[in-house]
Design a protein around this ligand. Sequence first.
Ligand code: MLT
Length: 385
Amino acid sequence: MVTYADRINSLPPYLFAAIDKARAESIKKGVDVINLSIGDPDLPTPPHIVEAMKKSLDNPARHRYPSYEGMLSFRKAAAQWYKKTMNVDLDPENEVLTLIGSKEGIAHIPLAFLNPGDTSLVPSPGYPVYNIGSILADGKPYMMPLLAENDFLPDLDAIPAHIAKIAKLMFINYPNNPTSAIASIKFFEEVVDFANENGIIVIHDNAYSEMTFDGYKAPSFLNVSGAKDVGIEVHSLSKTYNMTGWRLGFAVGNSDILAGLGKVKSNVDSGAFEAVQEAGIAALLGPQDCVRETNLVYRERRDALLAGLKSLGLPVKPPKATFYVWAHVNGSSSEFAKMLLEKAGIVATPGVGFGESGEGYVRFALTQSVDRINEAVERMRKLDI
Ligand code: MLT
């Protein structure tokens, strides 16, 4: 008989693993499933990045253990990319740390900064790993509700003073998953002030910074003066370069915070495959037309889905960033998502899966062609929604 640790018993199944199971069961039953759930780009990794990986694979030097903090050449590329895209200066030696995907970094951060029982501030709804990583470190997540009336930004004044005083970590994420909300520099300045007042480490997940539309440019948390004193920003190549399967990301900012995360990582993993890092260099330093072209594809899909949802009486404001559409629905989001799957073969993510304050919403990921999105809308039209 196997006994799991309490921390594992208290965890729900990973949101997208549970959804995947339901999807697979429908496919087994012969349903033509339209998958709008996980944010996994359906477009291929651009060819110049794939070519760089192929070339790197032929070099036996790349087959050995990577360095724990990542190749200096990759960290230099990340710093150069940051300067070009965000106008942030970084020292590649100690202000950039390679990650095996941003999920890995986010999950490990609480191990470096939370003692058992310590509080972390976690957005709800939010990417599930902020909460799960805190629980795995025996920490106590305190939920910051992201509400429509606050443009899906946490209300820092609503965090009780005694919680702010004991909190060690705060996770934020703009452009936001799952709400697709954006944040201004002013909000980031308020976060820096809040962090300074309360001695809190800020982790800004900026995985969607490049997935923007209609001329919008997402800022970096590190654009704010003093941000590097209190926090780091986590990045992923997954969404920007359609590289979810490659597992490559990086964290930048405060060198002491990165050193803490690096210490955890050096003890539990052996770094990102160097051939993948060389592909990452090609992504970060190579031509960026692929990013612009991908965004045009998502914009067209966004507009198709929004027009369809509007015609169904589910209007959504056009998001300026991310490939998610966060739609308000009647009643329970789980029931709504269940109905979509069972009656229309559509997989969407129930908002409550991202935290209690996600209840009443369903998230659609724009990971299908316009034709399939239109097909999904026509299937929904036949339902009573
Ligand atoms: C999402 O769909 O929210 C994310 O892509 C899932 C993930 O990165 O694990």
